[in-house]
Ligand binder design. Structure first.
Ligand SMILES: O=c1ccn([C@@H]2O[C@H](COP(=O)(O)OP(=O)(O)O[C@H]3O[C@H](CO)[C@@H](O)[C@H](O)[C@H]3O)[C@@H](O)[C@H]2O)c(=O)[nH]1
Ligand SMILES: O=C(O)[C@H](O)COP(=O)(O)O
Length: 322
């Protein structure tokens, strides 16, 4: 496969863009109009294998729909498709199996170690449970994802040996009740992650969706980095990849539109607290470690404080396990 074309247009005046040699990273490592097809990618695999991992916690409503968009690639581009069940108590596992995925629990992935809660733990264990040279992650709460999500994400990894992490980016609608706001989604991304990243790691300000759950990486990278707990996992992986390989090791690909189950604001606050903890840690800034206090409105007009503690317990690189 030829190196895919880059199409991110410039014109962001006033932004201190990172120079990547002669060309800016946003030109050389951003695929705004990816044009490769599955046959191109199969030819580019060259003996390498691709695993797709769907982390899932109680996603019975959507998991089968996500699998249905990826299962047709099994045996060609995709060599294995697993759902890493993060402790679901609903019918996620049954539905995932019926749709054509292999379901692996956290305990099965690494039997000798009791599982911790959170998404980071599920992804970390999935590295041990899969064998692909390239691993693509797709959230299992997506609604009508495009079947080209995985082919688009793995393209740069198969084409360029210097790239180790490819983040998807997209338009993000926000659904509230019966209404849908086309560009209203990605609230934590836009209000917290991108501003804070720009302040502390300005070169990563060019990454459109630092938090998005659709990304792919080489096993070389993913087995050799630590995994942050909970929802800190994406920001941790992004910064750790940057610190190891620089921007040259990262790519991003336009996946079109991504809809998912939009969480209520109070759940996103807890997610944000976890992300802040990992971001500060990766930037060498001390965090108080305090849990987030939220004020729950009561029927009588008052509020009750409720604290959510931070998830702790960074996981070491999988390839450092005995
Ligand atoms: O303990 C958990 C929590 C979540 N999930 C799964 O992880 C995926 C994403 O979780 P979700 O709660 O839907 O996250 P979002 O609200 O969509 O948050 C965004 O931002 C997070 C922080 O970067 C990322 O982890 C998400 O992938 C990204 O979509 C879903 O398939 C979940 O079922 C688990 O497997 N275990
Ligand atoms: O990635 C994010 O910013 C959070 O998952 C919130 O996304 P949403 O605003 O689209 O629900």
């Amino acid at each position: 496969m030829h190196r895919p074309r880059t199409r991110m247009s410039p014109g962001h005046e006033g932004v201190a863009w990172a120079d990547h040699g002669e060309a800016r990273w946003s030109h050389t490592h951003t695929w705004d109009h990816p044009e490769w097809n599955v046959d191109d990618l199969v030819a580019a695999k060259n003996g390498r294998t691709v695993s797709v991992v769907l982390p899932a916690l109680d996603e019975e409503a959507t998991v089968a729909g996500v699998i249905a968009t990826i299962a047709p690639l099994l045996g060609t581009l995709v060599d294995e498709l697993i759902v890493l069940d993060s402790g679901s108590t609903d019918r996620t596992a049954d539905r995932a199996r019926a749709a054509g995925a292999r379901v692996i629990t956290r305990e099965e992935a690494i039997p000798d170690l009791p599982p911790a809660p959170g998404k980071g733990e599920a992804l970390w264990r999935s590295i041990a449970a899969t064998t692909g040279d390239v691993i693509a992650f797709v959230d299992s709460d997506l609604i009508d994802p495009d079947p080209m999500f995985v082919p688009k994400m793995v393209g740069p990894l198969l084409a360029d040996p210097d790239i180790h992490l490819v983040k998807g980016y997209y338009r993000r609608p926000l659904r509230t009740g019966d209404t849908q706001e086309p560009g209203g989604g990605g609230r934590v991304t836009e209000l917290l992650a991108r501003p804070l990243l720009t302040a502390l790691k300005p070169e990563l300000g060019e990454v459109c969706q630092p938090l998005g759950g659709e990304y792919a990486g080489t096993r070389e990278l993913l087995a050799s980095v630590r995994f942050a707990p909970g929802y800190g996992v994406e920001i941790g992986l992004l910064i750790d990849t940057y610190d190891r390989y620089g921007l040259a090791g990262i790519g991003q690909v336009n996946l079109g539109v991504r809809s998912h189950r939009n969480r209520p604001l109070h759940e996103l606050s807890v997610m944000s607290r976890q992300i802040v903890a990992t971001l500060l840690d990766r930037c060498g800034i001390e965090d108080s470690g305090a849990g987030l206090i939220q004020f729950v409105p009561e029927p009588d007009g008052g509020f009750t404080p409720h604290t959510t503690e931070l998830l702790r317990g960074e996981r070491p690189p999988i390839n450092s396990l005995p």
